[in-house]
Ligand binder design. Structure first.
Ligand code: 13P
Length: 252
């Protein structure tokens, strides 16, 4: 059985001080987890203080993005050695907002994921179709192509995939468990083609309007191994409810 992984993607929200207050509220109820990996991806500027605030808990840190180059003339960018210095264990790569707003291609996403693994960290590689692509009936073709291109050169060990349908992100319109499971099963099949047996140990998160009231049904699906959560991860109460839901899936 795959160990579930629940990750908070705070996007461009919370100062370092906000992150510390979140940790103070969140840790008493959810800071020690035996059966689920709980990860928080704050803005870069909050990594240092959040790391201090999380000390002694089982919660791990992620970055929301990284530059694949080790150093050099890349104004405004952050390298892997900078993230390692702050104890990041995971890096989200290829989030749909990076792809859509900042024009990141799947080839760039693959280069980042390869660099993340090369540094001994774990990439969370995001894929997902737009509403237009779904309405055209192209969901599996789009997700399949994104996977092939975004995983070029990436190894199957220490890999997490996040399926995030773009139409479900921040819209309150969650994919039904059946729709999500259909795509997750397809992703698993694709991973089997790329990685053979290792594919069964790759965790596939669902992301897009995950909330405490819809998470249990999603987590009950056989190929959904956790969630990547935006809005509902910003409040300590709702994120801690999500931890309990995902942990009970792990136990059940
Ligand atoms: P929401 O949970 O706010 O829909 O965001 C999902 C997401 O993009 C996580 O990466």
């Amino acid at each position: 059985m795959r160990r579930p992984i629940l990750a908070a993607n705070w996007k461009m929200n919370k100062t370092a001080a906000d992150a510390v207050s979140f940790a103070e509220k969140f840790l008493p109820s959810a800071g020690q987890q035996a059966a689920v990996d709980v990860v928080i991806a704050p803005p870069f500027t909050a990594l240092d203080r959040l790391r201090g605030a999380l000390g002694g808990s089982t919660v791990e840190l992620a970055a929301q993005n990284v530059n694949a180059e080790p150093s050099g003339a890349h104004t405004g960018e952050i390298s892997l050695s900078m993230l390692e210095e702050f104890g990041c264990r995971y890096v989200i790569v290829g989030h749909s907002e990076r792809r859509a707003i900042y024009g990141e291609s799947s080839a760039q996403v693959a280069a980042k994921a390869v660099a993340v693994q090369g540094a001994g960290l774990r990439p969370i590689v995001c894929v997902g179709e737009t509403l237009e692509e779904r309405d055209r009936g192209d969901t599996l073709a789009v997700v399949g192509q994104q996977l092939e291109e975004s995983l070029a050169g990436v190894s199957g060990g220490e890999l997490v995939i996040a399926y995030e349908p773009v139409w479900a992100i921040g819209t309150g319109r969650v994919a039904t468990p059946e729709i999500a499971q259909e795509v997750h099963a397809f992703v698993r099949e694709k991973l089997r083609g790329l990685y053979s047996e290792v594919a069964d140990s790759v965790r596939i998160q669902y992301g897009g309007s995950v909330k405490p009231d819809n998470a249990a049904d999603l987590m009950a699906q056989s190929d959904i191994d956790g969630a990547l959560v935006g809005g509902a991860s910003l409040e300590a109460d709702s994120f801690s409810q999500l931890v309990s839901i995902v942990a009970s899936r792990a136990e059940g």
